[in-house]
Design a binder for this molecule. Structure first.
Ligand code: SF4
Ligand code: FES
Length: 243
C-alpha cells in the first residue's frame, strides 16, 4: 500500500507516493522543474544540477532527492532561475553548439532550456574546443562537439545480455563518450535510433537519415520545454526508447 507524502512547492500543497523523487513528484503535481541528465525509468545520477531546487532552505537536486513529509520546496525563484541559467550557459560555452546547422535543432533539450531560460548570450567566454566528429561506426555518428556528458547513453543503451555499449573514455576536459570497438558491431539500426533519441542534444545521430522532421513539426516548435503537453510527449518518447 502506498503512503502519501505531503509537501509544498512554491507554497502550493502537493502530495506524492513515498519513494518518489522530487522531480517526478513535482511533475505528478503539474509543476515543471527543469532537468537535463535525468531520464524517466532509469536511476537518477544527479550530474547536470539543472534541476537544483531549494529544499527547506538548502540547495539540492530534485531528480535524486526523495520527497519527505513537510518538505518546503522552492522552484520558481530568481535565484534558482539564474543558477540554472548559468549551468546551461556553461554547457554552451564549453562545447561547440552550432544550433542552426544541428539536426537536433527543435528537438534538443539543451536548446529548449536555453529558450525557456531566455539566454541571449552566455556571460562566460566561449572555449571553442577542438573536438572530433567520429563516423567510424556503421550506424551512428558521434559529434563530440555537442556532447554534454550527461551519461544518458551509457545508462540507457545496453545489449540484450546487459553489456553497456557506451562508456566514458579519458578524464577531465578530455572526457568523451566511447563506443567500445569490441561491442561496436552490436549497434543495430534499432539501437542507433534509440541512442539518437535518448541523447538530449545532437551528439548521437543515426546514419542514413537526416533532418527527418521539417521546421514546424519539431518537438519544441510550438510548445516550450516544460509545457505539460511537451512533458507528455517526452515521457511517451522515453517509454518508446526504453522498450
Ligand atoms: S552522447 Fe548524448 S546521451 Fe551520451 S553523454 Fe553525450 S550528450 Fe549525453
Ligand atoms: S536532472 Fe537532476 S542533476 Fe541532472
Amino acid at each position: 500500500m502506498s503512503t502519501k507524502i505531503n509537501f509544498t512547492i512554491d507554497g502550493k500543497n502537493c502530495s506524492a507516493d513515498k519513494g518518489m523523487f522530487v522531480l517526478g513528484a513535482a511533475q505528478k503535481n503539474g509543476i515543471y522543474i527543469p532537468s537535463l541528465c535525468n531520464i524517466e525509468g532509469l536511476a537518477p545520477r544527479g550530474s547536470c544540477r539543472v534541476c537544483t531546487v531549494k529544499i527547506n532552505g538548502k540547495l539540492m537536486v530534485a531528480c535524486s532527492t526523495p520527497v519527505a513529509e513537510g518538505m518546503k520546496i522552492e522552484n520558481e525563484t530568481e535565484e534558482l532561475h539564474d543558477l540554472r541559467k548559468q549551468i546551461i550557459e556553461l554547457l554552451f560555452v564549453e562545447g561547440n553548439h552550432l544550433c542552426p546547422s544541428c539536426e537536433k535543432s527543435g528537438n534538443c533539450e539543451l536548446q529548449a532550456l536555453a529558450y525557456r531560460l531566455k539566454i541571449m548570450a552566455p556571460r562566460y567566454p566561449y572555449q571553442f574546443p577542438v573536438r572530433e566528429i567520429d563516423a567510424s561506426n556503421p550506424k551512428l555518428i558521434k559529434d563530440h562537439n555537442r556532447c554534454i556528458l550527461c551519461k544518458r547513453c551509457i545508462r540507457a543503451i545496453q545489449t540484450d545480455d546487459g553489456k553497456n555499449l557506451f562508456a566514458f573514455k579519458q578524464r577531465g576536459c578530455k572526457l568523451t563518450i566511447n563506443i567500445e570497438p569490441s561491442t561496436s558491431a552490436a549497434i543495430t539500426d534499432e539501437i542507433a535510433t534509440k541512442a539518437a533519441k535518448i541523447c538530449p542534444v545532437g551528439a548521437l545521430l543515426k546514419k542514413e537519415v537526416g533532418f527527418v522532421q521539417p521546421i514546424g513539426h519539431r518537438l519544441y516548435d510550438h510548445l516550450p520545454i516544460g509545457n505539460t503537453a511537451s512533458l507528455n510527449i517526452i515521457s511517451s518518447r522515453e517509454k518508446d526508447t526504453n522498450t
